[in-house]
Design a protein around this ligand. Structure first.
Ligand SMILES: [Fe+2]
Ligand SMILES: [Fe+2]
Length: 282
């Protein structure tokens, strides 16, 4: 039903600074822009690789601190995968973004690094290891290695009710639970859900604090999940008891989209990509 994470969307406080970071520092490509109904600048689309984007919305208001604090319920970070992390690490080190190119594998065996964008959004960058639980969950051959960015590795949410979150993402949306990672003391910490080969959802336990955000708050806005037929997906989700916030319709970018939310109120866009859309032609 769900085939991919199509994009993650964020509001930014200073578009030029964010573009400088994501394009010049990280090397993502600006793909296209969408204006609002009045013709004003609205969204800038950055391409990670074919079929995977970041949406940057203008005019975010800075009303939260960096996203590293995992006691807050809701969005925590997103992860981009890269075929070979060494040249990227060397470039980021040279630019003074990371202190050293010494990257050690994490407990899941993947090699990663953490940085943050100009608004303080945490960005994880990962090179998958063949023996990692993520790669072992693949249904097909995953093209490990190679040049450049390879996809959205995951989006991470903190929840205060793991059972409810798992019911929503596994029983309703159909994601597969592949891996439970305890913390260093052996306590429940993180659950990995597979969306497709190479793309996952991270769910962290024990959110305790609620952020009070508005529609103009800088930072995470929504995660977009791609589906083959959004009308069928919406009917299926409705039959499973999911509340539909916005019924499917064709958007300004020609794609068909609908909106739902998870039990913690994280906004989720469902999208069927039209072959003539800017996302498909980018
Ligand atoms: Fe992560
Ligand atoms: Fe979106």
């Amino acid at each position: 039903m769900i085939t991919a994470v199509a994009h993650n969307a964020m509001k930014v406080t200073d578009m030029q600074k964010s573009l400088d970071f994501y394009c010049n520092t990280l090397g993502l490509k600006k793909a296209f822009e969408i204006s609002d109904d009045a013709g004003n600048p609205w969204i800038v689309y950055l391409k990670i690789c074919d079929g995977a984007f970041i949406e940057l919305f203008y005019d975010g208001v800075k009303d939260r601190e960096k996203a590293y604090d995992s006691s807050y319920i809701g969005y925590h970070h997103f992860c981009i995968t890269v075929g070979d992390i060494k040249p990227l690490a060397a470039s980021l080190c040279q630019q003074g973004i990371i202190p050293s190119t010494d990257l050690t594998p994490g407990r899941d065996l993947n090699i990663g690094m953490w940085i943050h964008d100009p608004d303080g959004n945490a960005v994880e960058i990962v090179q998958y290891a063949p023996e990692s639980p993520q790669m072992k969950s693949n249904k097909a051959i995953y093209p490990l290695g190679g040049k450049g960015y390879t996809g959205i590795g995951h989006t991470a949410f903190v929840t205060d009710d793991m059972d409810k979150a798992l019911d929503f993402y596994c029983n309703k949306l159909g994601f597969q639970r592949i891996y439970d990672m305890p913390d260093e003391a052996g306590n429940p910490w993180l659950i990995y859900l597979r969306v497709k080969d190479g793309t996952f959802l991270e769910l962290f336990y024990d959110g305790t604090k609620q952020l009070h955000l508005s529609d103009s708050s800088a930072g995470f806005m929504h995660m977009c999940l791609e589906c083959d037929d959004v009308y069928k997906t919406v009917e299926e989700l409705r039959s499973r008891g999911v509340e539909i916030d916005v019924e499917p319709s064709q958007g300004k970018d020609k794609n068909y989209q609908a909106w739902i939310h998870d039990p913690n109120g994280n906004k989720i866009e469902l999208m069927t990509i039209d072959p003539d859309s800017p996302q498909a032609t980018a």
